[in-house]
Structures are given as structure tokens and as C-alpha cells.
Design a protein around this ligand. Structure first.
Ligand SMILES: [Zn+2]
Length: 285
């Protein structure tokens, strides 16, 4: 809940410490932010959501798909890596682009004493994340911009299929902290990508992100390759497509029509790398 994470936050306007007073968060300079009825606080500068905020339908598709257990091996691998990081360093767990909060909740389940900060720019996602675990505080912000998080407060930052901002991750991590990154490989969902001509993260974009990351972080030994096949029925396939980047240019009706034309069940490969990174030039965990 927000009481747990308020001491980890800072004002998005002036960087001042934030304190929670009933249903408002305030900094000493008088900037204030209302706590939403659903238990999250929006610290986006201004009150508009950004254009990349997940729409409600996208968040619901993601939550249905994840609660069906289809990504359980990926969730487990992220939570295991997150928990390893937390045993080595003090501080909280931050999930950048937390969505409905499943990965962060699974990480906190493994370490009973830590709190988790779910960051997302979608109010729909934040509503879900605020309820995903009793020790999660959900905060609205843009993961690409300056984070409304104090320096050195995180033992682990999770970045699961999400944008990342290496300079800000470095700033919020305590020196023994770790970054855990889950990235789809080129084989991820390849059968669906081929049949339906879906958009994927292109290799050059992936390489640019990696290069940016490696300037500040070094890979640690543990890296999990999670790869398995799922046999999915049309409703699950539709959710799988609707929770990803394709949802921005395909509506639900088009997605459902497309998956009806596929074999039932349709077999897709899930292929994700879960890698841990430590900060360069600082003591290794
Ligand atoms: Zn302020």
C-alpha cells in the first residue's frame, strides 16, 4: 500500500520528499497529488496520461492471460531473479512498467519483508497493481522519463517487456542492487507472428537498447532462458495478441477474427531471456 512506499518517492516537479497525509501526497514546496480511490497515486507531471498508456482492454487482456498461468514459467524466472537480488541488497523492489503487478507480486511473495513499487503510466494498470499484493504501492509515472523515486532506494529493478531508462535505473538502485530484464527472443510467439504478420521488436532496436544498458550495467552470471510451447484456444490467443504492441493497431474484433482462422488449439513458442545486471564500477553483489 502507499504508506509503505511513500518514503521512497519524491516530487516529480521539485524532487522534494513526499509525505502521505490521508488521501494526499505532498512535498515541502506545496506540490500535492491526490491518492485515487483505487489506492494508487499519479505522479505524472500534469494529470494527462501519455499516449503510450495501456488502454483498459489491453490491461484486462494481460491480466486474464497471466491469471490463466500461461506465463507462469516466465513469472517464476523473473521472481526468482528478483528475489536473488533482494537477498543481496537492502531496499525495495521496483517494477518499471508493472502493468497489473503480477511479476512484482510474485517477487514479493518470495521475500516476506520487502515492499514493492509498481510504476506504470496507465491508470487501468495501476488500479490492478494496487490490489495485486498487500506490500505493493502503485505510482503513476513515465518509465522513460525522470522517475519520481529517491536515489539508492531499490535493491532490485524489474523491467519485463518494458521500456527502460538506464540512467534512472542506475540512480534509484542502491550500489549492490540489481536490474532484472526479461526480453523476448526472436523465437517468441514466432508461429503467431508468421501467420498473422504481427509487429515485433526488431533486432536493431533490441541491439540499441542492449548497448545503452551495457554502458552502465554489467551482466551477472545468472541468466535464464525460458522457452516452452503453449497450446492455446482462440480466447487465450486473442488475449495474448491484445496485451501486446499489436493491440495499438488491431481492434478486438479483428484479433478475434484472425485467431478463429488458426488451428484449435494453436501451438506457440514462448521464448524469453531473464538476465540480471549489476552496476558497473560498484561492488558486485
Ligand atoms: Zn514539489
Amino acid at each position: 500500500v502507499l504508506e509503505d512506499v511513500a518514503p521512497l518517492l519524491r516530487c516529480p516537479h521539485c524532487g522534494g520528499d513526499l509525505t502521505l497525509e490521508a488521501t494526499v501526497m505532498r512535498c515541502p514546496d506545496g506540490h500535492s497529488f491526490d491518492v485515487a480511490r483505487q489506492g494508487y497515486v499519479n505522479l505524472l507531471p500534469g494529470d494527462a496520461e501519455t499516449g503510450t498508456a495501456d488502454a483498459a482492454a489491453m490491461v484486462q487482456a494481460r491480466e486474464r492471460f497471466l491469471s490463466g498461468g500461461h506465463y507462469a514459467p516466465v513469472v517464476d524466472a523473473v521472481a526468482a531473479a528478483g528475489a536473488r537480488a533482494l537477498t543481496g541488497a537492502g531496499g525495495c523492489a521496483v517494477d518499471l512498467g508493472a502493468g497489473p503487478g503480477n511479476y512484482l507480486a510474485a517477487t514479493l511473495d518470495r521475500l516476506p519483508e520487502r515492499v514493492g513499487l509498481a510504476l506504470d503510466n496507465s491508470s487501468h494498470a495501476l488500479r490492478r497493481a494496487a490490489r495485486a499484493h498487500p506490500r505493493i504501492g502503485a505510482v503513476g509515472c513515465d518509465a522513460w522519463m525522470t522517475l519520481p523515486v529517491r536515489d539508492d532506494v531499490a535493491a532490485v529493478v524489474l523491467s519485463v517487456f518494458s521500456p527502460r531508462n538506464p540512467a534512472e535505473i542506475e540512480r534509484v538502485l542502491e550500489r549492490r542492487g540489481r536490474l532484472v530484464v526479461a526480453t523476448p527472443t526472436e523465437r517468441h510467439l514466432r508461429q503467431l507472428v508468421e501467420r498473422l504478420e504481427l509487429v515485433t521488436v526488431d533486432d536493431r532496436k533490441r541491439e540499441r537498447l542492449d548497448a545503452k544498458l551495457r554502458r552502465r550495467f554489467e551482466p551477472l552470471d545468472e541468466s535464464d532462458a525460458v522457452e516452452y510451447e503453449l497450446a492455446l484456444q482462440p480466447p487465450d490467443l486473442a488475449d495474448l495478441i491484445a496485451m501486446g504492441p499489436n493491440a495499438r493497431h488491431l481492434d478486438r474484433i479483428a484479433i478475434e477474427a484472425a485467431v478463429q482462422a488458426l488451428a484449435q488449439p494453436f501451438v506457440v513458442t514462448v521464448s524469453v531471456t531473464v538476465a540480471s545486471y549489476g552496476l558497473r564500477g560498484r561492488p558486485r553483489p
